[in-house]
Design a protein around this ligand. Structure first.
Ligand SMILES: [Zn+2]
Ligand SMILES: [Zn+2]
Length: 341
């Protein structure tokens, strides 16, 4: 009997993917095979594409962690045909973070789809503990948003946002827009700061109040909107120095500032404002199981407008073109790869 083969997109370095026909690998003990439906392209995947993570991923890596799929064979308590998503984190179980119950920030955390092969292949074997079961009637393209929505759910949960509070989201890209949606769903009065005209149009279509800080004084605008109080909760999603300046300038007394963006370089932070107005800075990283369950609810309830956030869908065979297109138009929101037939 000939071994079954699957298509897998491998990253080869130098902004290049090749589509390979590889033998279907047998799941190891504790693993479940998942047949992939859709997989989103993450900002992290674009970092890999640009060659910034070659030392970490190598030159045969299958990327992809924002996926939806169905269980491909019975085992480990799962049944063939069940719709699932993967929470792409594998922890060691034995470090101080794991022992304290914070497995999502394990000191030796493996991120599936970067440190291991990921979902841009037809079948993906994953540890059973990473799976969340989806409702049967969920749309699989929408379900590929669950991973980034879970990021937003984690960010909003750790902000301790209360209904009626004034919220400023600095940066209206793919993560910022999801943070804004989850914050609005939690009862926050949300304003988004964004400079890109194309993104502003999408944000306005989604019903958000927006400010373009290239045209308007952001601090003055937020103070006017909040009766000179400032925003109770600020999400810094821009990863820029002007964003870091705005996060303290626009904050209310005792505001919580949530650091969502990854700042590769050390920004200058107005520490005096933390003293003067008793501000709090909250670090947030990935998600915990409860955030995945919340994200599944956000998708199925329509709390996240998935059709507006998903701006492009391409088949796996066109992965090279999909990355080139996204690279050429960084204003797109979410691009999906359709992996399944
Ligand atoms: Zn991601
Ligand atoms: Zn650990």
């Amino acid at each position: 009997m000939s071994q079954p083969m699957i298509a897998a997109a491998q990253y080869r370095g130098d902004k290049t993917f090749t589509l390979e026909n590889v033998p279907l690998p047998a799941p190891k003990p504790g693993e479940v095979p998942v047949r992939i439906a859709f997989c989103g392209i993450c900002g992290t995947d674009m970092h890999v594409y640009h060659g910034n993570m070659d030392a970490r991923v190598g030159f045969t890596r299958v990327l992809g962690h924002e996926m939806s799929g169905v269980v491909d064979a019975d085992g480990e308590g799962f049944t063939k045909g069940q719709k699932v998503v993967v929470r792409p984190l594998d922890h060691c179980g034995d470090c101080p973070a794991c022992r304290a119950g914070h497995q999502h920030i394990c000191h030796s955390l493996k991120f599936l789809g970067l440190d291991t092969d990921g979902a841009m292949q037809e079948v993906w074997n994953v540890p059973a503990h990473t799976l969340h079961i989806l409702p049967d009637d969920i749309r699989m393209d929408h379900a590929a948003l669950i991973e980034p929505v879970a990021v937003a759910c984690h960010d909003v949960r750790l902000s301790n946002l209360q209904a009626g509070e004034d919220v400023l989201v600095i940066g209206g890209g793919p993560i910022g827009v999801l943070v804004a949606m989850v914050a609005r769903d939690a009862g926050g009065k949300v304003v988004i700061s964004e400079v890109n005209a194309h993104r502003l149009a999408i944000l306005q279509k989604l019903g958000f109040d927006t400010v373009n800080p290239a045209e308007t004084d952001l601090q003055a605008d937020i103070m006017t909107r909040t009766g000179d109080k400032g925003a109770d909760v600020v999400f810094e999603v821009s990863g820029t120095q002007p964003g870091v300046d705005a996060m303290t300038a626009c904050a209310a007394t005792r505001a919580r500032i949530v650091m969502v963006a990854i700042h590769a370089a050390k920004p200058a932070v107005d520490m005096f404002q933390f003293f003067w107005r008793e501000l709090q800075l909250i670090g947030v990283r990935v998600y915990e199981p409860v955030d995945y369950e919340k994200a599944i609810t956000m998708i199925t309830s329509g709390g996240v407008d998935a059709d507006t956030v998903i701006t492009d869908v391409a088949p796996l065979a066109d992965i090279q073109q999909a990355f080139e297109n996204l690279d050429a138009s960084p204003t797109a929101m979410k691009s999906l790869i359709k992996v399944g037939a």
